[in-house]
Design a protein. Structure first.
Ligand code: FPP
Length: 236
């Protein structure tokens, strides 16, 4: 989920932008409940991108505070409902307190597996590919040092090193708020994702809106680079 439109939702109501983020948390709850009811195994929320640091300082610090408060307030409920929380992104830029909260929330829910809720925070698809490549290089290093050669670029499999190596690639990417772009979300992983764009602003994205997105997805023919006939033959 690319949760866009909080600022505009607030502006339309003559409220400060941050009021839209606060209201957005309600929708996070609804979407989690919806996914649990639909037995969706993986839900990934783009909460804060590597580019979002460029926002006004008060908005950045509000978002950090909201993230911390939501973690503290919701973690027990997540655990009770079988939701495992995972956070992807470069967390070293967060305050030590937020880093500790994230670590304890992840540890608290580590045994849950009904729904894997991933929050992308200080995350960017380009950052992810870079960190995966660095990790791959590090792993390759011992063999290079003893005379091994680098494989062809096309043979390099970065998937095990990407932040979401634990999950299948996304089937559906939903972006609210009217823009039609990926904005550095799961760039490597969403190559064959169905892309759903809606004008609805994130704070208005309720269960009915989610139903519409799922219904749209159910009607898509997914070919993964093949032709439809081949896909149907594999399914038989
Ligand atoms: C984009 O809307 C939204 C964000 C950058 C933050 C999203 C955060 C939340 C929904 C709340 C926190 C989430 C968790 C998981 C605790 P925008 O501000 O760019 O909207 P605009 O395009 O209308 O200005």
């Amino acid at each position: 989920m690319i949760m866009d439109g909080n600022g505009r939702w607030a502006k339309n109501r003559f409220l400060p932008r941050v009021a839209g983020h606060a209201r957005g948390v309600r929708r996070v709850r609804d979407v989690v409940k919806f996914c649990l009811a639909r037995q969706t195994r993986f839900l990934t929320l783009f909460a804060f991108s590597t580019e979002n640091w460029n926002r006004p300082e008060n908005e950045v610090s509000y978002l950090m505070g909201l993230f911390a408060a939501t973690l503290e307030g919701e973690i027990n409920k997540l655990w009770e409902n079988g939701v495992r929380l995972r956070v992807i992104g470069d967390r070293t830029r967060f305050t030590p307190r937020l880093q500790a909260l994230i670590a304890s929330a992840e540890a608290r829910t580590a045994g849950a597996d009904r729904l894997i809720l991933t929050v992308a925070a200080n995350y960017g698809g380009q950052w992810d590919i870079q960190q995966a490549f660095r990790a791959w290089m590090k792993n390759q290093w011992p063999s290079l040092a003893t005379g091994g050669t680098l494989p062809e670029p096309s043979e390099i499999d970065l998937k095990p090193y990407l932040s979401m190596a634990y999950a299948p690639d996304p089937d559906l990417v939903i972006r609210t708020g009217g823009e039609q772009r990926i904005s550095n979300f799961l760039m490597w992983q969403s190559v064959y994702a169905e892309l759903y764009f809606t004008e609805t602003l994130w704070p208005d994205f309720d269960t009915a809106a989610m139903e519409l997105a799922f219904a749209w997805f159910a009607g898509r023919e997914r070919r993964f680079g093949q032709i439809g006939q081949q896909q149907r033959a594999t399914a038989c």
